[in-house]
Ligand binder design. Structure first.
Ligand SMILES: [Zn+2]
Length: 324
C-alpha cells in the first residue's frame, strides 16, 4: 500500500551499513541502501554516513514516522548511548540516538545488533507464531536475544540477553569482557580457531595443516577437519559445540522457550546441531526440554533491519498510548 506509514531503519555493522524503509504494520523492507562501513572516520564519519544513507532512503520513500537503528553493542538502548564496541574503533560513550535524531529530525530508537537479530527472527524468520524464543548468534563472537511472552527482554539498562557472556567454566580462559570462561571465549569462531592454533603451536598434528600452509587455521578449517575425522580438529570442534549445548541447556532452564534459534556462521557448521541437541537431551530437565525445539535461523542479512523496525514499531505504540 502506497499510503502506509513507514519507518526509516538503519543497521550499523562492523563491515556494512544498511538502510531501508520498513512498513509500520508488516515491517516489509523497501528502498534498500548498503555500503561498506567507513569505520576509519570514527563516530563522526560513520554517523555522517548513516545520515547520508538515511536521507537517501527518505528521498525515495517519503516521510517516515521514526527511525529504528540496530548497532554494534555494547550499548544502552534506554539512553541511546553506544559504549565502546571492539569493532568500532574510536567510539566511546557516543550518544548515537540523540545525534541521529538531531540530524534527521525524527525520534530515534537504537537496539544492539544481537537483540535486533533476535527480533528479526521472531517477526520474520523461524520465530514467527511463537511467544517465547531464545536466539543465539554464533560467529566471530557470540550474542543473543531473549523474547519472553512476545516481548524482547531488555533488562534494567537494556543489556539483557547477553548469552555469549554467561559463565560456562569458571576455571576457563579469560574472555574479551574481562570475565572468565564465558561461552564466547569457549565457542565463538574466533575461539575455535585460537584454541586449535594454540594446540598446533604446542606441537600437535592435524590434517588441517595440509591446506592451511603459511596461515593460521580458521573455525571453518577446524569444522572441515572435524568432518574428515581429524582427531585434534574433532576434539576442538566437539568441545566448542558442547559448550554451546551447555549454554542452550541453561537458556532452556531459565526461559522455558518454545524455540531456541541458532544463527551465525558457526551454527551452520555440519554436525553442530547434533551435538547441541544431544547435550540438551542429556542435561535439560524433561518438561522444558520437550517444550523447546532447536532450529537454525532463517534470515540471511535482513534480520538487523527488521529487528530495528520492530523496535521502532514498539516505540511508536508507546508514544501513541502516552507511555513515553
Ligand atoms: Zn565474556
Amino acid at each position: 500500500m502506497a499510503d502506509e506509514r513507514s519507518f526509516l531503519v538503519i543497521d550499523l555493522g562492523g563491515t556494512r551499513v544498511r538502510a531501508a524503509s520498513a512498513a509500520c504494520m508488516t515491517l516489509r523492507l523497501t528502498h534498500r541502501r548498503e555500503e561498506p562501513t567507513e569505520i576509519e572516520g570514527g563516530p563522526d564519519g560513520v554517523i555522517a554516513q548513516m545520515v547520508r544513507l538515511g536521507r537517501s532512503v527518505l528521498e525515495e520513500s517519503g516521510e517516515a514516522a521514526r527511525v529504528g537503528v540496530s548497532a554494534l553493542g555494547p550499548l544502552d538502548s534506554r539512553s541511546g548511548v553506544v559504549y565502546s564496541p571492539p569493532n568500532l574503533p574510536g567510539w566511546k560513550m557516543v550518544p548515537l540516538a540523540a545525534r541521529l535524531e538531531q540530524a534527521l529530525g525524527l525520534p530515534t530508537t537504537i537496539v544492539n545488533d544481537a537483540n535486533a537479530a533476535a527480533l528479526g527472527e521472531f517477526y520474520a524468520g523461524s520465530g514467527r507464531g511463537h511467544r517465547n524464543m531464545v536466539y543465539f548468534t554464533i560467529s566471530t563472537g557470540i550474542g543473543g536475544g531473549v523474547i519472553a511472552d512476545g516481548r524482547l527482554l531488555e533488562g534494567s539498562c537494556g543489556m539483557g540477553g547477553e548469552l555469549g557472556h554467561m559463565t560456562i567454566d569458571r576455571h576457563g580462559p579469560i574472555c574479551n569482557c574481562g570475565n572468565v570462561g564465558c561461552l564466547e571465549v569457549l565457542a565463538s569462531g574466533t575461539s575455535i580457531a585460537r584454541r586449535f592454533n594454540e594446540r598446533l603451536s604446542a606441537g600437535e598434528r592435524s590434517i588441517v595443516s595440509e591446506w592451511t600452509v603459511g596461515r593460521p587455521a580458521t573455525a571453518a578449517d577446524v569444522s572441515r577437519g572435524a568432518q574428515l575425522r581429524d582427531p585434534l580438529a574433532s576434539a576442538i570442534f566437539t568441545d566448542a559445540a558442547e559448550c554451546i549445548g551447555v549454554g542452550v541447556v541453561n537458556a532452556i532452564h531459565v526461559f522455558n522457550p518454545e524455540l531456541v534459534v541458532l544463527g551465525g556462521g558457526v551454527a551452520q557448521a555440519p554436525g553442530l546441531f547434533d551435538i547441541v541437541r544431544s547435550m540438551v537431551e542429556r542435561y535439560a530437565q524433561p518438561a522444558p526440554r520437550r517444550a523447546a525445539r532447536i532450529v537454525p535461523a532463517e534470515l540471511r542479512g535482513d534480520e538487523g533491519l527488521i529487528g530495528a523496525a520492530a523496535v521502532a514499531r514498539e516505540q511508536d505504540k508507546h508514544s501513541k498510548s502516552g507511555i513515553l
